[in-house]
Design a binder for this molecule. Structure first.
Ligand code: AR6
Length: 193
């Protein structure tokens, strides 16, 4: 069961939420997958998305790569969502830790996901902690970059379609890293704050 552990309200009642839960269960317009550039959804959150959503997600991903080539950090792909409760899966490619320019590539993946969600007309979006699992990006550093990028987006785009963006985190170490980053940026992580 997903639980909102922190919330910040921006202008026009747009909300950024920190959520503990499984992103494959999120009832939002779109979820973001932490993908690789060939959209071969093996392990991590990608594997969970295909297991729960069904093979149509991998099939559409394969077609995307055949038609568009490997996916760049700043230009996520998207597919339908099969059996998942959301409508779309946006496949964002974060950096592998150690490959160079990791911070910029992670921010580009987040900004690209927001842009694609807007293009699809989404009002709600859930993202995982891109790159912080198999790709090895340090969790605290990723948390600061992801939250800041989302806040910058809400500050800069008061007229977009997105009303709610959730950062949905499954495991306790990742959740604590994001709670710490949240505290650094905005103080108390309590939803009542
Ligand atoms: N809900 C929310 N978060 C999750 C879930 C879930 N169901 N499952 C895992 N996480 P990762 P990456 C968290 O490894 O580092 C795949 O093989 C996990 O705890 O999924 O970007 C792709 O195909 C971690 O905090 O993505 C790529 O080859 C976060 O999701 C590669 O892994 C991201 O971990 C991408 O690696």
């Amino acid at each position: 069961m997903a639980q909102v552990v922190a919330e910040k309200v921006f202008s026009e009642q747009r909300r950024l939420q920190l959520v503990q839960g499984d992103i494959t269960a999120e009832e939002v317009d779109a979820i973001v997958n932490a993908a690789n550039r060939y959209l071969q959804h093996g392990g991590g959150v990608a594997g969970a998305i295909v297991r729960r959503g069904g093979s149509v997600i991998q099939e559409e991903s394969d077609r995307w790569v055949r038609e568009h080539g490997p996916v760049a950090h700043d230009s996520p792909a998207y597919t339908t969502a099969g059996q998942l409760p959301c409508r779309y899966v946006i496949h964002a490619v974060g950096p592998m830790w150690g490959e160079g320019d990791e911070d910029e590539k992670l921010c580009a993946a987040v900004r690209g996901s927001l842009r694609v969600a807007e293009q699809l007309g989404c009002a709600s979006l859930a993202l995982p902690a891109i790159s912080t699992g198999i790709f090895g990006f340090p969790k605290e550093r990723a948390a600061r970059l992801i939250l800041r990028t989302l806040a910058d987006y809400f500050d800069a785009r008061p007229s977009g379609t997105l009303k709610t963006v959730r950062v949905t985190l499954l495991d306790p170490p990742t959740l604590s890293a994001f709670q710490e980053a949240w505290q650094e940026l905005w103080g108390s992580p309590s939803p009542e704050a």
